[in-house]
Design a protein around this ligand. Structure first.
Ligand SMILES: *Cc1c(COP(=O)(O)O)cnc(C)c1O
Length: 523
């Protein structure tokens, strides 16, 4: 059987399954790969180190006497090992990555080039400030543009991820309530039901009790419920805007007004800032603190545990409590405020040992400068346009969770359309892997049954969106036609089939141990 795909090339959907399995387990050019510990690299080393000139050691009795216990590979073996591992997974450099809320967009290579300039990449945070003036100027310039884009007077640059930024924001809020003597009375943080899990987790981590705020039929914060729950015992609210249903909170100004009237602070989760950057300034909406995921909105690479960066912009009221360090500019050039004294007397402390993620700062500024103000505005416009294109093109085969009106940068579907098919959101997502796409975000936000949250981002062309839509339409038709096996057994074509994700999360194997009798002596 042969059909035509969108680009007009003939495809043979069943060709792979009808071929015999390979003899070695390889799949064409994709070879199977052992764990590095299972390679026979014990006792091998890929580099020659010169013998130390002295045999004395400053470490006294602390000198290691046992083998270090690391496997060794030569340089070509190392290259192949990691390249083969990288081929086992999806990557933004391979295809569209529609993971809603995560903003998996193209990472421009210009950013990478800038981040590798020796003046940025070969410096150490303990160098004298006189030797890193350019790096400090870059941090100061980035801080300036983050404040400008958000309309906020201050920014803490050091938090290392969105969740770390939330922690920073809530610690600043707690410090402000402590300074005004209200901390003991204000023990609650209000969080809407659709919030990202990090919001309530952060509030609890800082010692607050979390109170949920209801959501309206059309996917927004229920302002009446919020008004009832606000009071002299509330420290802050945490709201995401655009929210995790991909919708703009139309009552945001009223939400901010009610919050301030109750003496609480407004924390905005800014993970979705790419939907409004250049169009709306959170400072104009009454926000007191918001983290900016540089690794989402400003295109620095992330995923798989790579570094993020979550600077937090702060309002006038919270600015005095910002954590050290920050960059200042005086007669002697750039300097760092490091100690909680003088203008930093009220700083609540530090978020990390040094200054934040320098490499991400460089990439984010490079992204901003190369786009310019008109380009950044277009980022938001294209992100929203792309999501609405997907929503419009899929709404006749899948059920949009909020069908009325346009969405922001994410198209949200529920599993209503799968009713009676015996196929779940998880099955559908797994079948997407076989068709060459990373699944969308599943079962989040929790307020939508069987949620499928698609964020195409602004870096996808219409041609790529069409390829994606074509794949999803074919899958949706297969689901409705009762082709259940395709979904229940999926993925069929990935290096690993369906995993026991609960077991992997509950009892992760974090350590490799040598099989009995293995000699793991290495030089
Ligand atoms: C990604 C995200 C976060 C957390 O950011 P990290 O950088 O992953 O810690 C918080 N809230 C929302 C809505 C997000 O999408």
């Amino acid at each position: 059987m042969s059909t035509m795909n969108t680009v007009g090339r003939p495809t043979t959907p069943n060709a792979v399954t009808s071929k015999p399995a390979t003899l070695t387990g390889a799949r064409g050019l994709l070879q199977d790969e052992l764990l590095i510990f299972e390679s026979d690299g014990w006792g091998k080393t890929g580099v020659d180190l010169a013998e130390p000139k002295t045999d004395g050691s400053d470490l006294g009795d602390l000198v290691r006497r046992d083998p270090i216990g690391l496997p060794g590979l030569s340089e070509p073996e190392t290259m192949r090992h990691y390249v083969r591992l990288s081929q086992k997974n999806h990557a933004i450099d391979l295809a569209l990555y529609p993971l809603g809320s995560c903003t998996m967009k193209h990472n421009p290579r210009l950013n990478e080039k800038m981040a590798r300039l020796p003046g940025f990449s070969d410096i150490h945070p303990l160098q004298p400030v006189s030797t890193v003036q350019g790096a400090l100027e870059l941090m100061d310039t980035l801080a300036h543009w983050l404040k400008t884009l958000t309309g906020m007077p201050a920014v803490a640059m050091s938090p290392k991820a969105g969740a770390h930024g939330e922690l920073c924001g809530l610690m600043a809020i707690r410090a402000a309530h402590e300074a005004s003597g209200e901390h003991a009375a204000r023990r609650k943080v209000l969080v809407p039901t659709s919030a990202h899990g990090t919001n309530p987790a952060t509030a609890a981590f800082v010692g607050y009790s979390v109170v949920e705020v209801a959501q309206t039929e059309d996917g927004r914060v229920d302002v009446a419920d919020l008004a009832v729950k606000l009071g002299p015992d509330v420290a802050a609210i945490m709201v995401t805007n655009p929210n995790t249903c991909g919708l703009f909170e139309r009552d945001i100004i009223e939400i901010a007004r009610l919050t301030h009237e109750a003496g609480a602070y407004f924390y905005c989760d800014g993970a979705n800032f790419n939907a409004i950057v250049g169009r709306v300034r959170p400072g104009d909406l009454g926000v007191d603190a918001m983290h900016i995921n540089l690794h989402k909105t400003f295109s620095t690479p992330h995923g798989g545990g790579g570094p993020g960066a979550g600077p937090v912009v702060l309002s006038e009221a919270l600015a005095p409590f910002a954590p050290a360090p920050w960059v200042v500019h005086g007669d002697n050039g750039y300097d760092l405020i490091e100690r909680e004294e003088g203008e930093a007397a009220q700083a609540f402390g530090r978020m990390c040992a040094f200054n934040g993620q320098m490499g991400m700062f460089v990439r984010a500024l490079s992204y901003m400068m190369s786009h310019g103000s008109d380009g950044l505005r277009q980022v938001a416009e294209d992100a929203v346009l792309n999501a609405n294109y997907i929503k419009a093109r899929l709404s006749d085969v899948m059920s949009a969770a909020f069908p009325d009106g346009p969405c922001m940068h994410e198209a949200l579907f529920d599993d209503e359309w799968l009713k009676g098919t015996d196929i779940t959101t998880l099955d559908f997502a797994k079948a997407m892997i076989d068709e060459g796409f990373h699944p969308m975000t599943m079962y989040f936000p929790l307020v939508v049954h069987g949620a499928m949250l698609i964020e195409p981002t602004e870096t996808e062309s219409k041609a790529e969106l069409d390829r994606f839509i074509h794949a999803l339409r074919l899958l949706a038709q297969a689901a409705k036609a009762g082709d259940v096996e395709r979904f229940k057994g999926a993925p069929f074509h990935a290096p690993l089939r369906r995993l026991d994700e609960t077991r992997a999360a509950r009892s992760p194997k974090l350590r490799w141990s040598a099989p009995e009798g293995t000699n793991i002596a290495a030089e």
